[in-house]
Design a protein. Sequence first.
Length: 582
Amino acid sequence: MQIDEGQLKKYILDSGLVSRSDFSASEKKAEEKKQKIGNVLLSEGKISEADLKRMEAFVLGIPFVSLINEKIDFPVLSLIPEPIARNDNIVAYKKSASGLEVAMLDVDDLPVIDFIKKRSGLKILPRLTDTSSIRAVLMQYRKSLQAEFQNIIQKESSTLETPVNEEAEKSEAELQKMAEDLPVVKIVDSLIIHAILQNASDIHIEPGEKDLTVRYRIDGILHDAMVLDKNAGAGLTARIKVLANLKLDEKRLPQDGRFKKEQDGEKISFRVSTLPTFFGEKTVMRILKENAHGFSLETLGFHGEGLERIHNSLTQKTGMVLATGPTGSGKTTTLYTMLDILNKPEVNISTVEDPIEYQMPRVNQTQVKPEIGLSFANGLRSLLRQDPDIIMVGEIRDRETAGLAVNASLTGHLVLSTIHTNSAAGAIPRLIDMGVEPFLITATVKTIIAQRLVRRLTSNKEKYFLSPAEIKNLAKIVDLDRMLGMLKDEKLVGVKDTWEKIPFYKAVKSAEFEDGYSNRIGMHEVLKVTSTIKDMIIAGKSQDDIEIQAKKEGMMTMLEDGVYQAVLGVTTLEEVFRVVSE
């Protein structure tokens, strides 16, 4: 459903909303910048978005809907998951015998329409709307779930009440009964649904002296979700323990478990950890979407020289490619994306992981189970007898696994793995500390990727330019001349541009994006183990010396990559410094 620009121009002029002189000036600007006339008029404030969308709908011959004050039934709203609604600007608002009416900003987005059609099994009837309507509806996801949750709490509060001093005396049978009570089941289910719809990565249930606090980690930041009566804690913990197959009556020792759930056709794994604290057991659930896909190295934030280095390392038949960074920095997602590139019929790919975060077709994935003796090392040892071409080891965390991974790469395999260090160069002393000889590192390690995740700005952001004082402060932590050269090499700025002329962006808070950010993207540094760096490793040079040499050979450091993302308008300098200084 392409919009006929000629027809749209005629309707805009006929509407009288824009004067002929303003229209002519905007039309000329649109031709010069090769933009659509509607976008130019909108950006210059000559026409409101609602008026423009109404005229576009008229040209397309479809209805325009405003949903600003509309209350949508939650079962209809939830036919499109919140992450899809938020990312693709599409919401379901009415279901009838003729099909599902969806409001969207771009009715030409056929892939998302097709996705929702397959997911719901209904005929999709697209309607055009504006940004204000989409934002108003997105708020209803949170409000609907919050209301539903509070209703359960209030309705069943008498059932949940358990005097604190009696809690320790409860037997396993009593805890089992408590875990199976309908209100407790409803509350835990609501907690999980609420977290999934908000795209949370973790759920924290934390007992305090008087309250039970529930927090969600969204885009790497913890947010308070709700505060419950402390008496609800025992039942909720018992229910989660039942799901994760943990011991109900064990409250003195930490426990770990996992369970799976299917939500709207999507398979989701939960890693559960319980920990005794002064006021009771704290429970944390890590949410892992098993069938997440559609990633590419570019969408993860790789670009330029770093991207080329990774692609070159993936063409090798032997050697090691390592991803480094702290927990939750997206290392595993990077490895899976590389596996997806390598996943061809002519190769045998095998992995040993803990846990299996995403399920991949044609890849033989093995789950580590330390309780029965299946460790990373034992799994890798057995895996080598399975005639693999490419091996992924979820994490190198001890001397034995490191030695086996190195030997696997020496004997004709391409090995992908992760290791916990703060920088790419830091992986080398970490391997030496694990007992890997320097000459073996130089013979096997090809590329080391270090990464962190920064929050992405929403489209509603504010442009600004650095003041002289801000440029001076930036110069203390980044080599500005080197950085400017890299930006010019990648054609992000003009040849004659200086730091005073380069725009940056600030987050703008809104009702649906409390911090002005949504989702995350990676900052990376990609270290190629060149002949010079091999000589430095053999000579026992320090991590800092190796990093200085890698920079000379074209490596963009993680901080520099963060500044690069800020210049692109993807994130803010504040967010980059927050993450790198952590």
